[in-house]
Design a protein around this ligand. Sequence first.
Ligand code: CUA
Length: 333
Amino acid sequence: MHGRLGILTRRLSIVATASLVAGCNWSQSILAPRGSHAETIDILSWAFFIGGGAILALVAGCLAAAILLRRELTAWMANNNFIIGLGIVFPVITLTAILTFSAVTSRAFLTAEDAKIRIEVIGEQFWWRVNYLDGQGKPAFATANEIRIPVDTPVEFILKTQDVIHSFWVPNLAGKLDMIPGRINSITFAATAPGIYRGQCAEYCGAQHALMAFYVVATSQAEYDAWLAQQSGDAPEPASPFLAQGQEVFLASGCGACHTVRGTPANGLLGPDLTRVGSRLSIAAGTYPVNVGTLAGWTSSAQHLKPGNLMPSFGNLQGEQLRAVAAYMESLK
Ligand code: CUA
């Protein structure tokens, strides 16, 4: 019994430490709102938490008084007025107030400002396809697992899924919205401060649901424009013989059947667009940082690192081929 209690307290302390650490860097936290919707959610949460806490204290106080005090001192509790007042009138008034407050406050989610930018995000097993849309609503260019937006600009996210239900959630910026097969959901919000905000799939979608994360990078308008210009063009040409060898391995190994690298014969659509993969913060949907080592590891052992994802492990590549192909991908920025 003592042993089990020990394990439980250790687990609880690990969870508490993890939440503290997550809370301290604020990179994925509802307690650090940096978006128009998140600020509203923050206000609602604190109002409910403080209000609910006060009511709990009141009820617990009455209960404690009824149990602990002598009967003469608590006779007033048996009074009809007290029972009707605190048992019926008080809940009706508070619940109506809460409902009204919540309905009025959360109108901010519906009366969205006009979106300046429209981005289609498609949930896949287990990553995020991100299409920046042009004025006609057609994909202008694609990226993956990372969304760049300028601050203080309303952005419409058009949410779809390729397979099962996923849920789009960036706690610092907005609430969750599900991606449902056969439906298109849309949510419009703005980031109110520059920063890197981690998002996470919030609906169990299969074996690698836990490793389905992404980043929203909010920057100044100028930085965003520069990023846009860089991303929307073709991939850079290999700048050295070694990188050219990497491109050759990439194309010869059939990577182009699933991945697109714009400006090369690789035009597959099954997997993430890799045109600028070297410029991203992560590969495998927030699982690893981008560098030659992780790219090589992922290419040779994708099934070992994230079992059940759709990328096969290319364990057949020899050391130099693997180094070259990883260096080529890292150079795509
Ligand atoms: Cu996608 Cu959980």
